[in-house]
Design a protein around this ligand. Structure first.
Ligand code: FES
Ligand code: FES
Length: 158
């Protein structure tokens, strides 16, 4: 199979990977870069479990090809905590009881992080809209929305 050298920034670090250009970013992260926080759900852009930030925008990593990320910047759930401290979203998800099985959680948090970056004081309606592409079978979403609201309040106070 043909491969290409892909240079990218992942969670602030320069990485270089030799991979087929048609491999998905999801498997580039999980198989080649050992970043298992990005979850492998539907593989067809439906569940949002694989959401990461690509140049600051949330994308489904299962729909992005390795050849498209050369020279670009990716942030995964592993890149959100700083110096061993959880990101406010991570902490509030735990505190609000918004994590049950946890499979959807990295994707929900990455979509929420993109929202708060663009809109630090979202309304509940805006939070619901931002998370419409992230499916959760366990929580019923109410605690997820609460967690994002609490994180936004904390980030806004800082
Ligand atoms: S695994 Fe990518 S959207 Fe479901
Ligand atoms: S916590 Fe289980 S799918 Fe969301």
């Amino acid at each position: 199979m043909n491969t290409m050298k892909i240079n990218l920034i992942v969670n602030g670090q320069s990485r270089s990977v030799e991979a087929p250009p048609g491999k998905t970013l999801l498997y580039l992260l999980r198989d080649d870069l050992d970043l298992l926080g990005t979850k492998d759900g539907c593989r067809e852009g439906e569940c949002g479990a694989c959401t990461v930030l690509l140049d600051g925008e949330p994308v489904n990593a299962c729909l992005v090809l390795a050849g498209q990320v050369d020279g670009r910047e990716v942030v995964t759930i592993e890149g959100l905590s700083q110096n061993g401290h959880l990101h406010p979203l991570q902490r509030h998800f735990v505190e609000a009881g918004a994590v049950q099985c946890g499979f959807c959680t990295p994707g929900l948090i990455m979509s929420s992080a993109a929202l708060l970056e663009q809109n630090p004081q979202p309304t509940e309606e805006q939070i619901r809209h931002a998370l419409v592409g992230n499916l959760c079978r366990c929580t019923g979403y109410t605690k997820v929305f609460e967690a994002v609201q609490h994180a936004a309040e904390e980030v806004d106070r800082d």
